[in-house]
Design a protein around this ligand. Sequence first.
Ligand code: ADP
Ligand code: TRP
Length: 319
Amino acid sequence: MRILTGIQPSGTTHLGNYFGYFKQNVDLLGEEENLLMIADLHALTSVHSGDELREYRQSLVRDFLACGFDPNKGSLFFQSYVPGHAELAWILGCVTPMGLLERAVSYKDKVQRGLEANAGLFTYPVLQAADILIYDADTVPVGKDQVQHIEMASDIAKKFNNRYGKDLLVSPVPRVVKEVALIPGIDGQKMSKSYGNIIPMFGEEKVVEKAIMGIVTDSKGVEDAKDPDESIVFAIHALMLDAAEQKDLADKYRNGGLGYGDAKKMLLETFFDYFGPMRKKHADLKESELEEAVQMGAKHAKGIASQTMERVITAVGLV
Ligand code: ADP
Ligand code: TRP
């Protein structure tokens, strides 16, 4: 089995990304052949400053390595380092019906949220199909919001095979990563860089402290009993605790006597215990280690991609 997944370098890594994406992908390492792609071409649809994109790409590599991605167990690489992605996207675009793209919900969502309605954003799923099909990836671990894109990749592979010959491209299946409930941000909505409600995993201490101390609470006093299931502070804290610790903490909330100020200080302490080793690694990683990891990943990725491209360009008549 070959697993491919991707993430856009389009913002600062936060706790939602860690528990909803990074952790699962690091845990999957070594299980199968793993390809983890930083989708920098896709990020061009929303990041429109060269300096910003450069910074997000670099920091995502650092973040992954700090979170335990071992470049000897999987391939971490930039999409733009493998030219076949853009080339295959064009070829696939020529078998993709307009109607298929018009049904994509993410395009409508993004335009509604204010993203520029450019052709890149509209054909985003075709490039994503190329990302997957170029590696004959059969499994794609993603969050629920990406399932439609993977199904589209599968439809596009079938169209291609119908036109040019069966079994040329492998139809992928989405593997919805362990159903992680959406992690709430400090205001209780889904934590997202677009909502300004994040706790940045690798942010400076003061920034993390400000975010955690700013988590929205109700107006219950110190002595009041509190329902842990209603508390954002508890929901975030529980992510970093085992079952017994969660129960202990829930009892403290229910018994009264624990004020929100102290509950947040406890969360802050847990945060630094939990992420301390990763934050240290993050600070210690050298630029050369980042470069070495992505070069190694790209070399492996290019080897697979070139075999698929050979097959594809021969089938369509470009050689
Ligand atoms: P953002 O919502 O901040 O823009 P992205 O869409 O770039 O984040 O998400 C990158 C990955 O992190 C995706 O796989 C997504 O499913 C996961 N993710 C992002 N926010 C959350 C969250 N609040 N809870 C769980 N997973 C999340
Ligand atoms: N569209 C995905 C996201 O926004 C990122 C992505 C790009 C991707 N190419 C991919 C995910 C290929 C899985 C497979 O999260």
